[in-house]
Design a protein around this ligand. Structure first.
Ligand code: FES
Length: 226
């Protein structure tokens, strides 16, 4: 399958630096003006974009759900710690200031094309701690892992892992109310709502969506892929 490196970049300096990356690595970027006009039928290898782009955090969640193997790289122009953390939490693979992004990408692309490194590291399969619950709702927690705490919800025969940290003020979503008919969990502290299918923020005060994780069941064991 051929590689598709997509860039959605407005800043002319960054565009020039990415042109040099393309030249040095012998790749061609597909340049699009807006995330709304991504080419049809393309399974992207990499998407490079500016974090200040409208709805960037929502798009990270959507792209990751649609193309889990696509490497997402975000350029930050104005340092904003919250936005930076939200991008990471939503599943962005690389968040970097605009000046250093091109060199990081060049190294990444060279290693990938040489077969030395995968763009997306292999996931780890971690066993979650079950919560006694015979029905729908919270069925497991994964408090200790290389990422943030994760919790797992069940709806019928489907299982959904989400980051168990509310992006508003960090409270545990596992402790919130869960509506199995909609898949929406409500943060117990200030009422932000998230859809566990996609991680989408349905209601504030949280500004951002949450990261989701694949879950598999083997016998009585619940595994989260991190
Ligand atoms: S901590 Fe979740 S809404 Fe405030």
């Amino acid at each position: 399958m051929s590689n598709s490196f997509i860039r959605i970049i407005q800043n002319p300096i960054l565009l020039r630096h990415l042109d040099r990356v393309a030249f040095k690595t012998s790749i061609d970027f597909i340049t699009v003006e807006s995330p709304l006009v991504l080419p049809e039928g393309v399974n992207p290898t990499m998407i490079i974009f500016e974090i200040e782009m409208e709805n960037a955090i929502e798009l990270i969640s959507k792209w990751k759900a649609k193309w889990p193997k696509c490497f997402l790289a975000a350029a930050v122009t104005n340092p904003d710690k919250e936005l930076w953390m939200a991008a990471n939490a939503a599943g962005c693979d690389l968040v970097s200031n605009r000046g250093s992004l091109p060199i990081l990408l060049r190294k990444k692309i060279e290693a990938y094309l040489a077969g030395v490194e995968k763009l997306i590291p292999e996931t780890m399969r971690l066993m979650a701690k079950p919560v006694v619950n015979p029905g729908d709702g919270l069925i497991a927690r994964l408090p200790d892992n290389p990422e943030d705490p994760i919790c797992v919800f069940r709806i019928g025969n489907e299982y959904f892992g989400i980051r168990d940290v509310c992006p508003h003020a960090g409270f545990s979503l596992a402790d919130g109310d869960f509506d199995a008919s909609t898949g929406i969990v409500t943060c117990p502290e200030h009422g932000s709502r998230f859809n566990v299918h996609s991680g989408e923020r349905v209601r504030g005060p949280a500004d951002y969506s949450i990261k989701t994780y694949p879950v598999t069941i083997e016998g009585n064991d619940i595994y989260v892929h991190v």
